[in-house]
Design a protein around this ligand. Structure first.
Ligand code: SF4
Length: 291
């Protein structure tokens, strides 16, 4: 849940989840539909699918335990190098550094070398005797991440109170490296077309071509292009929306109609039985203002 999502957003979902599923085994028997319903609003729904798939593998193949080698952990659905290292150290207290943006920045400052110029795998390998000269790998990894977030911050690092300042090349150098800035995500324009009828129903389809919202029920949505005809449609609202790691500028159009394209179905906007992502709920709220 914490991949790309802040702790405060995750907490209510985590509580709801662990209340419903007390053990890995009980969760592994859940269906994708039920899992996604619990996840509703948290975004990045692929994580929920991967989590469910992983729970089944762990129960069936690993006696409900997390395996303890990097290779086995990394082979689980949705687990990359970062998560595998985090799990290895945080769960099993084994050597492994979860290299997130904070940790990379700390290392890069300590040696005063640009992140792009550092081969981090090699750097960790060369320094492993220093890093892992402890029985508390789990605390070490956690501390590194917290240190980057709280002390060696992206802007205005707290060098004056930093315990590492005597050995930090960034602090002691007159030629300090520039900290790598987060890449700005460019926003894209999308047109959303809502067929609605007098019964307060909206036409939805699961056949949308947007990878980040596939398998969800949505009105028609297309990347906005100048040559797409919007003539028969009335513009309801323009607004901005962030979804997963994307920034969207939405042009929301509507049309009262009793006819809808073949792959669409009518959905009552007052009912919430099927899985409706937050993105679609916001559309419902806007369109409901017409009634
Ligand atoms: S002295 Fe400053 S730059 Fe160096 S590790 Fe500490 S906070 Fe980061």
């Amino acid at each position: 849940m914490l991949q790309q999502t802040q702790v405060k957003t995750v907490i209510p979902y985590f509580k709801k989840f662990t209340k419903k599923y007390k053990t890995l085994k009980s969760f592994s028997k859940s269906s994708e539909k039920k899992t996604l319903k619990l996840w509703e609003g948290l975004g990045y729904y692929r994580r929920a699918r991967n989590l469910l798939a992983t729970s089944k593998i762990l129960v069936l193949e690993h006696n409900s335990k997390l395996p303890c080698t990097f290779k086995e952990i990394k082979s689980l659905p949705g687990v990359g190098d970062y998560t595998a290292n985090a799990l290895l150290s945080l769960v099993h207290n084994k050597p492994g550094i979860a290299l997130d943006g904070n940790v990379k920045r700390v290392f890069s400052r300590i040696i005063n070398k640009k992140e792009s110029k550092i081969n981090f795998d090699q750097f960790i390998e060369e320094n492993k005797k220093k890093f892992f000269n402890t029985k508390r790998n789990s605390d070490f990894v956690e501390a590194l991440m917290e240190f980057g977030a709280l002390i060696c911050k992206p802007k205005d690092p707290k060098c004056g109170i930093c315990n590492l300042n005597k050995n930090c090349k960034y602090f002691n150098s007159s030629k300090k490296i520039k900290t790598t800035k987060k890449k700005m995500i460019k926003s894209k324009n999308y047109d959303v077309f809502c067929y609605i009828n007098k019964k307060k129903q909206i036409a939805l389809t699961k056949e949308n071509k947007l990878g980040f919202l596939n398998q969800f029920s949505l009105p028609e949505i297309r990347e906005a292009k100048k040559n797409i005809r919007t003539k028969d449609w009335k513009l309801l609202k323009k607004y901005k929306k962030s979804i997963s790691n994307k920034k969207l500028n939405i042009n929301l159009y509507y049309k009262f109609s009793n006819k809808i394209p073949p792959s669409f179905f009518w959905h009552s906007m007052d009912k919430n039985k099927v899985l409706i992502p937050t993105f679609t709920k916001k559309i419902f709220r806007q369109v409901s203002n017409l009634f």
